[in-house]
Design a protein around this ligand. Structure first.
Ligand SMILES: [Zn+2]
Length: 385
């Protein structure tokens, strides 16, 4: 099976397709639950599958520190280790290492850092990031990049982007090509359209199996992020998958799919699931709030996940108030299921060429009732074209 993205339908810039990989086929646009340390937190692999997810994310930084890439390789690779035979995308560790601040030193050749776990010294280079992801048996490998800090001056963002592009070339050389496996480049350049354009052009010249857009959702705001997508996505090859890293809220996903993005990952639904926040077709709900204490309704009447089919908001409220671990388990399941339903709805709408109307209706649902908290950031800036 050759790695490829097969277009199936388009509506405006939004597109639906099939991602063929060594570990199975994925329908796009797709949301990938984050399994940082070889587990989507609070969920069994069976539950992740049952939620409708078809590809998950692993994290090079966390797995190289614990249990170590060599151990994962000796135990049959990440797919077997975490009981996920389907496709796995691993990030390169760049984002986590860059967030270590004083614990890391960047040079032209790579980055040296201290583990957040035990303070031990480690080094990542564009080449070693390829080796580690090879040992993990990652279906989709990401190049090591420097995630440009936000805010950054044009000069700083330019130098950072140039470094990432040199590293991307080295990664391309070091990557061991295997049938059905892929290497993605990452567009950087901060909030500067000229740098984003140069970065995209440099990656295309090197040639990758897919193109990611990194360094967004770091504080620039949704409107600025959509502006960057408007400038960047049309430059990317139409026959390759496009992946917006670390994004985002349901409104972010609607807006990015409208702009031609195919793949997403974000910790939001899983993290929210551990803090009593539910994403629903009617907005965001905080199940700790007293108003849910006696509410027999399901979390989301439109959802068919086990938490919604079998339990009430009152029960979830009780579990969170009592610090029972079933609370985060059920709500993470629901949130992942909600994100999968959101993507499924978008895919269907693209195929039926009614994406704009669909996105409007979904977004109207979030603002439809006062009892639901709707994230103001999105309400203010989300505006479908
Ligand atoms: Zn549900």
């Amino acid at each position: 099976m050759t790695f490829s993205w097969q277009p199936m339908a388009a509506d405006g810039a939004a597109r639906a397709g099939l991602l063929h990989t060594a570990h199975g086929t994925v329908e796009t646009p797709v949301f990938m639950p984050v399994g940082t340390a070889g587990t989507v937190k609070a969920m069994t692999a069976d539950a992740v599958r049952a939620s409708g997810a078809s590809i998950v994310l692993g994290n090079t930084y966390h797995l190289m520190l614990r249990p170590g890439a060599e151990r994962v390789a000796a135990l049959g690779g990440l797919h077997r280790f975490m009981d996920w035979p389907g496709p796995i995308l691993t990030d390169s560790g760049g984002f986590q290492v860059m967030s270590l601040g004083k614990l890391r030193t960047l040079d032209a050749d790579g980055v040296t850092f201290r583990s957040h776990i035990d303070g031990s010294r480690h080094r990542l280079t564009p080449e070693s990031a390829m080796d580690i992801q090879y040992q993990l048996d990652s279906t989709i490998t990401m190049v090591l990049d420097e995630c440009t800090a936000y805010p950054a001056t044009h000069e700083t963002a330019s130098a950072s982007m140039a470094l990432s592009m040199r590293w991307a070339e080295r990664a391309r050389t070091a990557f061991r090509v295997r049938d059905g496996y892929a290497l993605f480049g990452i567009v950087q350049g901060g909030v500067y359209p000229d740098l984003r354009a140069r970065s995209a052009d440099a990656l295309i010249a090197t040639g990758f199996d897919g193109y990611a857009i990194g360094g967004l959702a770091v504080g620039e705001g949704q409107a600025a992020m959509f502006d960057i997508l408007d400038g960047t996505v049309p430059r990317l090859p139409a026959d390759r998958p496009r992946y917006l890293m670390g994004v985002g809220t349901p409104a972010d996903l609607l807006g990015a799919v409208a702009r031609g993005v195919d793949m997403f990952d974000c910790v939001m639904p899983t993290r929210a699931g551990r803090t009593a926040r539910a994403y629903t077709s009617l907005g965001v709900l905080n199940l700790r709030n007293a108003c849910h204490a006696a509410d027999p309704a399901p979390i989301d009447p439109q959802c068919s996940c086990p938490a919604c089919l079998r339990h009430s908001r009152a029960y979830l409220h009780h579990l969170f108030r009592a610090s029972e671990m079933l609370g985060p388990m059920l709500l993470t399941w629901h949130n992942i299921a909600y994100y999968q339903q959101l993507m499924r709805g978008m895919r269907r709408a693209i195929v039926e060429r009614r994406f704009e109307a669909h996105a409007g209706a979904v977004s109207a649902g979030w603002g439809g009732r006062k009892s639901f908290f709707f994230e103001k950031k999105n309400q203010k800036t989300f505006d479908m074209k």
